[in-house]
Design a protein around this ligand. Structure first.
Ligand code: ACO
Length: 373
């Protein structure tokens, strides 16, 4: 007898060569490279190339790839107008979802299904996502839009477009590491949504638009903003214990903690914890980091749950001066690489994804005319 697996936990729905996770041991690798090595050594651009092509680029390939990405950052004028006409109070993830969807109108290759065309579209999507996020943030603050630079890395260009000036190299490096760490994570909910959408042979824009909508939820990428909101609400280290006990007593969830796959600390959280600590010691002050480590300790001891990627990234973004409601959009900016890698992989050996439910309702009811109901 077939039995439903709620939340599709542990259900294998595809073979993949992109991302390996061992949830028991806390291991993550992209295309065979441990996340720790990539976080220490790789640029985000190298990681995008790795995810799409299955190998690290050599110098010439990386130079060409960097040039390609930098050359397609600009948005079609109507998409920029759409962004600047969005209400300032709109959620950045809603603006991102709408703008990314609208990019399809202006992409002459939208319906071209070849891998080469999809790689070009993926490059445009990765390159244009930061432009959308920065443009909306400037527009809602009534600041002039900053045009993307025609060179420099994605991280450096994004911070420049956001702030309207070049940022300290150390901040660019920290953002670049965050982008590397968030770039892919196997069949998480948003990536699954992307693969489901394109398995119908809908275009790549349909896939990533579905993914952005899925990432927004607080049980997924939306948790990072809520972690920081929680810290600000708690306000003092001495209040952490009461706050967390209160929340758990009310069966509430501590955001940024727990994971469907990891049964130990998320390796990305382990890396981000070091950056959170470093930032606390270099200008941000000790409060956020000390609160986070206290919450981590409590949740581990009392619930057996450990931090996920959204836990320490929240304080890192806060210390970088990123507005709270942009955190999930930054996540999307990075995960665009993984979503498109999975879309390419899905399309290379596609079969419609179409699971079934275990129907529990009644059968053989008799239709009753409306006047007799
Ligand atoms: N705080 C408190 N309790 C929790 C938490 C948490 N963060 N996470 C899980 N639990 C508890 C649940 O209440 C449940 O307890 P119960 O059995 O007594 O009811 C038990 O652990 C199992 O929870 P499920 O929701 O069934 O576990 P699932 O594997 O579906 O949860 C999830 C994974 C959604 C990430 C969960 O841990 C959670 O809600 N975390 C907080 C939100 C969050 O940080 N999301 C980001 C995840 S990482 C990412 O998507 C990028």
């Amino acid at each position: 007898m077939k039995v439903a697996t709620k939340g599709l936990e542990d259900v294998i729905v595809a073979d993949s060569e992109i991302c390996y996770i061992d949830g028991e041991k806390g291991i993550l690798s992209y295309r065979g490279y441990p996340i720790e090595q990539l976080g220490d050594n790789a640029t985000f651009e190298e990681v995008i190339y790795l995810l799409w092509h299955g190998k690290l680029p050599n110098r010439a390939e990386l130079d060409a790839f960097n040039k390609e990405l930098a050359s397609v950052r600009e948005l079609p004028k109507p998409v920029l107008d759409l962004i600047t006409s969005a209400p300032p109070e709109a959620h950045p993830m809603d603006v991102l979802r709408t703008a990314v969807s609208a990019l399809a109108f202006y992409d002459p290759e939208v319906e071209v299904p070849s891998r080469e065309a999809n790689l070009r579209k993926a490059a445009r999507l990765v390159a244009q996502t930061p432009t959308i996020i920065a443009a909306f943030n400037r527009s809602r603050n009534e600041l002039p839009i900053v045009e993307p630079m025609k060179d420099k890395s994605l991280a450096e260009n994004f911070l420049y477009m956001l702030a309207g000036q070049e940022m300290m190299p150390v901040l660019t490096r920290v953002l670049d590491v965050c982008l590397v760490l968030h770039a892919d994570h196997d069949l998480n909910a948003s990536t699954f949504a992307a693969r489901v959408a394109v398995s119908t042979l809908a275009d790549i824009y349909c896939g990533v638009t579905a993914a952005i909508g899925t990432l927004k939820g607080p049980l997924h990428g939306g948790a990072n903003t809520r972690v920081m909101e929680m810290l600000i609400e708690i306000g003092e280290l001495e209040k952490v214990e009461d706050y967390i006990h209160n929340l758990l007593d009310k069966k509430g969830r501590v955001m940024g903690v727990g994971h469907r796959v990891y049964k130990t600390m998320d390796p990305r959280a382990r890396i981000l914890k070091q950056y959170s600590k470093w930032m606390s010691e270099h200008g941000c002050g000790p409060l956020w980091y000390s609160m986070l480590t206290k919450i981590e300790e409590m949740m581990h001891n009392e619930k057996g749950l450990d931090p996920n990627v959204d836990f320490y990234s929240a304080s890192v973004y806060y210390c970088m001066g990123v507005p709270l409601d942009l955190y999930t959009a930054l996540f999307a900016m990075s995960r665009m690489a993984g979503w498109t890698a999975h879309i390419l992989e899905q399309l290379s050996d596609n079969r419609l994804i179409r699971p079934i439910t275990d129907y529990k309702g009644p059968l053989n009811k008799r239709f009753v005319p409306i006047d007799n109901r």
